[in-house]
Design a binder for this molecule. Structure first.
Ligand code: ADP
Length: 180
């Protein structure tokens, strides 16, 4: 059975605005905000922390099994928020949003969050080298990957509105398919 609502990935370097966008979208659309980082922490789907990078070493098999068991693929209506995207199976995902941020703005956001040293450097490099955008383009069909700016205040509302319009169109295009 096809899903009645799309599943959307919001990805990008830490600090670009994934949580901000995902929360607003989930609220407006009545979708579920799936904060993958939170699940990894809460459920212990990791093999400890990489102290140098300050991030979890994720057990991807456990994470995927857990998400699969929640019926994510069949139910739809999820906003998956994570700083990586290539591990989600293509059949789960209808749209991949890659948020991008101006590097001076991102630097301020990350230092305000206490990032420093190698962690700060690696994340800044990742944004400048568009690592997540490339990862998304390599992992999903070109037409479902959308790059959006999230540097200034007005960007969030504009992006959210654009994604909501996309969801509306998706529903029209998929009308009736869930009964097939
Ligand atoms: N487009 C934007 N304009 C202004 N501030 C933003 C924007 N996007 C994010 N922020 C701010 O930047 C910080 C990091 O955003 P957050 O949503 O937590 O990013 P992420 O989930 O990608 O790490 C927060 O303080 C948030 O309010």
């Amino acid at each position: 059975m096809a899903r009645q609502n799309p599943n959307i990935v919001i990805t990008g370097t830490p600090g670009v605005g994934k949580t901000t966008h995902a929360e607003q979208l989930a609220r407006n659309l009545g979708f579920t905000h799936v904060s993958v980082n939170q699940i990894v922490k809460d459920e212990g789907f990791h093999e400890g922390r990489d102290e140098e990078l300050g991030s979890w070493v994720v057990d991807e098999d456990k994470l995927l099994d857990h998400l699969e068991a929640t019926g994510i693929s069949e139910k739809g209506g999820n906003i998956l928020d994570w700083h990586a995207c290539e591990l989600f199976p293509e059949r789960w995902i209808d749209l991949v949003i890659v948020l991008r941020c101006d590097s001076t703005v991102l630097y301020d956001r990350l230092t305000a969050r206490g990032y420093k040293g190698k962690k700060l450097e690696e994340n800044m490099d990742s944004e400048i080298m568009q690592v997540l955008l490339d990862e998304a383009r390599e992992s999903y069909k070109e037409e479902i990957v959308v790059e959006l700016q999230s540097s200034g205040d007005g960007d969030v509302d504009g992006n959210v509105e654009r994604i909501e319009q996309w969801v509306e169109q998706w529903r029209k295009d998929n009308e009736g398919k869930s009964e097939e």
